[in-house]
Write a protein that binds this ligand. Sequence first.
Ligand SMILES: [Fe+2]
Length: 261
Amino acid sequence: MPLNPNYTSKTPDANGLYRYSSDENAVWGELFERQIDYLRTRACRAYLDGVEKLKLTGDRVPQVKDLDARLAALTGAGVKGVDAIIPQDAFSTLLASRKFPVATFIRTRQDMEYLEEPDIFHEVFGHAPMLTNEAFCQFMERFGALALTLESAQIKHLFRLFWFTVEFGMIREDGKLKAFGAGIMSSPSEAAFAGSGKAQMLDFDLMTVLRTPYRIDIVQPVYFVIDSFEQLVACLDQDIAAAITQAKALGDRPALFEQAA
Ligand SMILES: [Fe+2]
């Protein structure tokens, strides 16, 4: 079940299909139209290409099964429907097999701007297009495999790397800053802030990322910018466990936000 009591998980039917009401399909459509127009000039090429390749439209909530088949043909990646947030080891096991876990409920009109908990708009509109990019898939797969080898005391720092890339990453393309993180794609308020010029944009650096705390319930005050997805993959060539030990010894960078109560 989702943690938010306003939502309940969906269960697929015998054919693996999830049912959405006309209102839920309309919410998908409104979010899709609003975000896709906005992102045409703000999202990276790999993401926009991915939207085309997956044939995402605002007509209705896509079916996990259809996306999984398209991704399998494109990059050997896939998506798997899950109840909601799943345990870290189950999450990492899926990533290590190029499968992205997808919560299948969709937000209501009260939560159009941002929902802390991932819904299917975040999962599919935000994450799935990037799974059509081979280098991004390599990063995801290796990240998942690495997470399964680390000790639990190291996981929090490792997931900072996930947060500042897969969820809120930016990339430089033709001298311009473009988004690739799913949290930016799926949140109108996050996308507006990331593109406002007010957010702090730092060049991606593994040690800085590992030492940067974040909160999940606010628009991000800082984003990290990569130059290519190959750079992201290459950062995993380092001894990440040793880097986390070093990051912990150096301590966190000062938070750019108030601590949550
Ligand atoms: Fe996400």
